[in-house]
Design a protein around this ligand. Structure first.
Ligand SMILES: [Fe+2]
Ligand SMILES: [Fe+2]
Length: 132
């Protein structure tokens, strides 16, 4: 069984992969960015599956945030990450145009914000209220 400390470590790892991916976009290396998003997708799916199977069903009745809040954020994060992967799919492996690179980086900001807020919420709520 994963401990919540492991799960917090996975949050750090996912944010780190996203940071590496944004750096790859900054460099115009779409090929590397695609691989990093694939990796993030695997990590995120695994992480969410574990939380939904092992932690969320065990939230106490008076939890700070109810299960539906976590579940809605999970499905939003899944959809947003899928959209980013779709946006990179048709591009060439290398993009030199600076405004294209900037547009791609900007397009990641809503996902990054939702991800950071979600992790913060879990670390203040779910992980404290349910011991995995
Ligand atoms: Fe989560
Ligand atoms: Fe999480």
């Amino acid at each position: 069984m994963k401990t919540n400390r492991n799960l917090e470590g996975q949050h750090t790892e996912m944010l780190d992969v996203l940071q590496q991916e944004r750096l790859a976009l900054l460099a115009g290396d779409i090929g590397a960015a695609r691989q990093l998003l694939d990796r993030l997708n695997m990590l995120q799916q695994d992480h969410i599956a574990h939380e939904e199977a092992e932690l969320i069903p065990r939230l106490p009745p008076l939890a700070r945030w109810p299960a539906k809040v976590y579940l809605a954020e999970h499905s939003k994060l899944g959809a947003m990450l899928a959209e980013l992967r779709t946006a990179l799919a048709p591009l060439p492996a290398q993009v030199s145009d600076a405004s294209t690179r900037l547009t791609l980086i900007d397009a990641h900001m809503p996902f990054k914000h939702v991800l950071e807020h979600h992790f913060e919420r879990e670390e203040k709520g779910l992980f404290i209220e349910v011991h995995g």
